[in-house]
Write a new protein. Structure first.
Length: 95
């Protein structure tokens, strides 16, 4: 299946459309949608979320320790939400 948006852009659009969610929820949805539901691609998508937050498109609103059910025991899982800047960028992507 051919996708119009890159996976990173699809992540930002997902947060705009769905609101705040945990990183593992967003990663699972995009990985399945794009047919890349492997540990490698989940890592890439999770790293993309960190980059998007660093670029000001997303912001962390909550953190918890993973008990091993999502990524890896004793790693941090983060709940993100889109920023105003992120909303503006999504709108320009969809024009």
């Amino acid at each position: 299946m051919k996708h119009k948006l890159s996976m990173k852009s699809a992540l930002v659009k997902l947060y705009k459309d769905e609101g705040p969610m945990w990183d593992y929820e967003a990663v699972d949805r995009i990985a399945k949608e794009y047919g890349c539901d492997t540990d490698y691609w989940k890592f890439v998508l999770r790293f993309s979320l960190i980059e998007l937050a660093g670029g000001g498109l997303l912001e962390a609103v909550e953190e918890e320790m993973d008990d091993g059910t999502h990524f890896k025991a004793d790693s941090v899982v983060i709940k993100y939400q889109i920023t105003d800047f992120g909303c503006m960028r999504v709108e320009s992507l969809l024009e």
